[in-house]
Design a protein around this ligand. Structure first.
Ligand code: ASP
Length: 450
């Protein structure tokens, strides 16, 4: 059996939901259906989840709520009408949306309850629609599905004991429609994962029932070898390992929530990224181990927003505890580090710029200067990383040389290079102004066919 998850763009309108219905019906293995909230119908549209945030803010500020409530209810009502539905579910949905404005604002989980209403009401609607179409189907609330999570609002983590609770779903006869994005705490409060978290729900359920596959339906034909916004018509990838996907997701590929990989990976469930608008396309399979051997590089990702803390001290390598003092300085300010390329007498600590505002940066420099007595210490901004990913890189000589030559031909200077000993990825750090050109140069080197 398979778990299938549909994202917001796959559920934004009646037309999309009809496609989803045909996809579910066409394969009897598709037994658990995880749904997001209705997404955008056009570029300018608002996602229901964002409308719920606005509704919550208005409630908190004691503003007029009518326009917020009407807009959200109308989203469901118009889908209901266009699907030609007749049941009482729309009355329940209306009541659910209005009732949000009776919740206690002092409760830590009220915000999450507003947000989760997007998926919850969508699951009610879709389960009802499937039933009206004659499918043997039912809605299951995450509490009944056994998705019990830690009590950190908007950043839930699954309790590992939940997997045993979820397992029974696999034995049920009906098609189950489960809202994505949230679980409940041990006390029964609604608690959401971080944004985009319906992917996580799907992965958790696939792991919990030991599914044969987890199909994640979105609006692209799978994963491309590079960002289609930068590279024209990039190659699509047929198969990736979880490790490759993790590396690509880290450095800018955002098809899937990065926390969604872990549950399916640990349970050995293959994941497929598929397109609701083109369901016959095989999509991209993400597997624990790739059978096909081949090219050294399967994908190239890039991402901006990095800063480098540069530290230089003569005879640094002879000082015991130097690295520890650098990292404790960061830890004291709650800054996580991403990479640490080193020389003999210098090192750079790469951090994400979002954790380093002007004030934090000033304190950090003062603290590190005091504890390290460096010859030089400064922070440089506006770095990007370019990441070449491929499990088979280790079987090939000259990958770094080819990439570096491609950059040299374009006159792009490399600030730092880093490669972990696993050789799954090779990273170039360079100034953000060169990011797009660098990506194109490296893509052409590895993927351009004459
Ligand atoms: N609706 C939620 C969001 O917009 C979760 C999801 O779509 O996965 O973040």
């Amino acid at each position: 059996m398979k778990v299938v998850k549909f994202g917001g763009s796959s559920l934004a309108s009646a037309e999309q939901i009809e496609k989803v219905y045909h996809i579910v019906k066409s394969d009897p293995d598709r037994k658990i259906v995880v749904v997001s909230a209705p997404g955008k119908r056009t570029k300018e549209d608002t996602k229901v989840t964002d409308a719920l945030i606005a509704y919550y803010n208005a409630y908190k500020k004691e503003d007029d709520l009518r326009s917020h409530q009407d807009w959200i209810i109308e989203r469901y009502q118009s889908i209901f009408n266009s699907l030609g539905m007749s049941g009482a579910v729309i009355t329940d949905i209306k009541r659910n949306i209005l009732n949000l404005a009776t919740l206690d604002l002092k409760n830590r989980f009220t915000y999450d309850t507003f947000l989760a209403a997007g998926e919850n009401n969508n699951a009610l609607l879709i389960a009802e629609y499937f039933k009206e179409q004659g499918l043997n189907c039912r809605y299951v609330h995450p509490a009944d599905a056994g998705i019990i999570v830690s009590d950190i609002p908007s950043n839930a983590r699954l309790l590992s004991s939940s997997y045993a609770k979820i397992n029974y779903l696999g034995a049920l006869d009906e098609i189950l429609v489960v809202p994505g994005f949230f679980g409940v705490t041990e006390k029964g409060d609604v608690c959401t994962f971080s944004r985009g978290g319906s992917d996580i729900t799907g992965s958790i359920l696939a792991a919990g029932v030991r599914a044969d596959g987890y199909e994640n339906f979105t609006d692209v034909d799978g994963i491309f070898a590079a960002h289609p916004g930068i590279i024209k018509n990039p190659h699509s990838i047929t198969e990736l390992t979880y490790r490759e996907m993790r590396e690509l997701a880290y450095s800018g590929f955002s098809v899937l929530h990065d926390e969604a990989l872990v549950p399916a990976y640990r349970a050995n469930v293959p994941l497929v990224i598929k397109n609701t608008n083109n369901p016959d396309h095989p999509g991209t399979r993400i597997v624990p181990k790739r059978e096909t051997k081949g090219a050294p590089v399967v994908g190239i990702a890039s991402s901006s927003g990095f800063a480098s803390i540069y530290i230089n001290k003569y005879l640094m390598n002879r000082e015991v505890g130097f690295g520890r003092r650098v990292l404790s300085g960061l830890e004291d300010l709650d800054i996580r580090f991403e990479h640490m390329p080193t020389g003999i007498d210098d090192m750079s600590v790469i951090v994400r710029e979002k954790y380093l505002n002007k004030q934090v940066e000033k304190i950090l420099v003062e603290k590190l200067t005091e504890s390290l007595h460096p010859d030089e210490l400064y922070v440089e901004h506006d770095f990007s990383i370019i990441m070449l990913v491929g499990e088979d890189m280790k079987e090939h000589a000259g990958v770094a040389a080819r990439a570096a030559r491609a950059l040299a031909v374009h006159g792009i200077s490399i600030a730092m290079i880093s490669q972990g000993s696993s050789e799954v990825s090779l990273m170039f750090i360079l100034k953000s102004k060169d990011e797009k050109e660098a990506l194109r140069a490296i893509y052409d080197e590895f993927f351009y066919e004459i």
